[in-house]
Design a protein. Sequence first.
Length: 222
Amino acid sequence: MKRLWGRRWVRVLAALAGLGAVGVLGPWLWVSVASAGRVHSVADAPTAPVALVLGAGIDPGGTPSPYLKARLDTAAQLYETGKVRVLLVSGDNRTHSYDEPTAMRDYLVEAGVPTEAVVLDFAGRDTHDSCQRAHRIFGVDEVTVVSQQYHVGRAVALCRAAGMTTEGVGDVTVRDRFPRDWQVGWAREKVANVKAAVDVLSHRNPVLGDPEPGVRNALARS
């Protein structure tokens, strides 16, 4: 009897392990297929009207984190080389003391990007929200999304799921500077892919509101 129960528990654990593997591998496969051939360097990125730059943290003084600086530097290069005409910076601003989009704009302007070419999205609380809001609130239909290379595939998949024609540019400049953090970020993506799939399948809404004309106006001026 004990041997029989032991075998049953082995089968149960094997089944649970199988379900867990499917739960991780399915979202990973979706992200891989959705982003295949769509992740580029700055040099070989196709042209698009808008670059969506995703937030990645600021310090208490409002200075972008090294990872965010790398994304902003990449976005500035896309603008300077004529690959995009407008930069939509999307980040978290849930409290008055934490304002990613303004910090992102200030960094870009200091780097030489005209103020009128930068549009702020204050409710980009995660990648899904930023992609949904870019399309549904700011009216973006075609976009180049900018992030770190290990993350940009998921960003491309989510932006495509939001309804936009999407390419991505992935930064790798911080990989050698912060190898341990890079590996942690790479590993976390496997779990983040599961959340992304759930967000898409559940049709989770971001913070919404009235349509914002900022991107349209910036494109008209460019």
